[in-house]
Design a protein around this ligand. Sequence first.
Ligand code: ZN
Length: 451
Amino acid sequence: MATVLIRNARIPVNDDLIEASMLIENEFITCIRKDLSVNADKTINAKSWILLPGGIDPHAHMYDPEFYYKEDYDSGSKSALIGGVTTVIDMPLVHDVDNAQKLRDRIEVGLRNSRIDFAIHGGFMRKNNHENLRILAEQGIRSFKVFTCSPYEASDDVIFKLMKDAKITNSILTFHAEDGALLSEILESLKDRKDAIVVHEARPPEAEELAIMKIGLYSVIMGSSVHIAHISSSSGVKVVNDLKDRKVDVTAETTPHHLTFTIKDVEKLGPYLKVAPSLKGGQDIEELWRGLNRGVIDMVATDHAPCPKEEKEVGWEDPWKAWSGIPGLATMIPLLFTNGLLKNRLTLKRFVEVVSTTAAERFGLRYKGKLVPGYHADITLVDPKEDRKVTGELYGSGWTPYEGMMLRGWPKMVMLRGRVVVEEGVVYAKPGYGKFIKMERSPLDIKSLEA
Ligand SMILES: [Zn+2]
């Protein structure tokens, strides 16, 4: 199909919804206007639904060769589409993406199985592989995951080396920011407890605060770009705010689950809410929302990491044994729409930015995240009045901690590069439709930078 005309849509422009039509030619948006009368190959009546840019999740564990049974590009991208997410940045789980061969292998699997477009974070970078950052940067990887704690802790001298190479290649270091020494000390004192809360108490906000502060101050000296993954606490928000005031090139994400659940919810959901960083309190949730709306936190990411139910069930007896991680791809946009936009915690402008635009800009996903001519026609059309109940059927793993919640913001239709890939909850995109998206942060010319 060459041309598609979407009529009667409401398109967000800053904080207003403007009635407009959109013309799509092949993969791209070519025109948006109030009245547009052209003969297109296909015309879609959007019935005053809201037309959003396709969701972008900058942190999702889509696939791991050792954990095929948990998730893969096929099932993960299907869940993403049902929730209006058209692009993910895939994060390694246990199998590193730390050399050119492993990257090629992963791209190949994604191209074969993904229904949505995908970029890839390198990592987990540490002592044994930090020298490969430059090689991966030349292959289109410009974000590298680094841990400041177990199980992939990078020592400070390695972090400095990574920061140097990240600066040279204009790459971002994406940190799991909790202080390793502090976590080990606490763990030692709690390891005999078996109540559900203990795995949350084992990761206090101070560990997050300390690690973000350290990374931020290192970045002041080293001049590298850093991104803080899954901020979970009000103190984390405060430190990022201070660093931004100091003009550190830092961005941050938080997750839908840290915006939704507190440690109190663990009483009922137990191991099903085991996540890292841990859940915090009600005040933290409000500070995370405020940080998101003010732009202290730049974007939302799911940290999607599902598992079969059995790997959570074992946690009722011994929470240390439960899998840490939850599914989140299908519910990211509805949760932000319902609990953010509709509850006035997020303005319309911020809503669009945090679920799509900012991630594309920060990680260099060209043609993504904006509704303007010349960009990919990745869109999700939402009926703002329709409620749908969350069920485990959204995922291959068959469960979600949001089970039973009534949410709005589900897509009536999703398009990816000009093609209808979801309509009324039915996914039409086949595995293999997804494209690998390089991160294009700036032209890379290591040799001239070194000269
Ligand atoms: Zn993660």
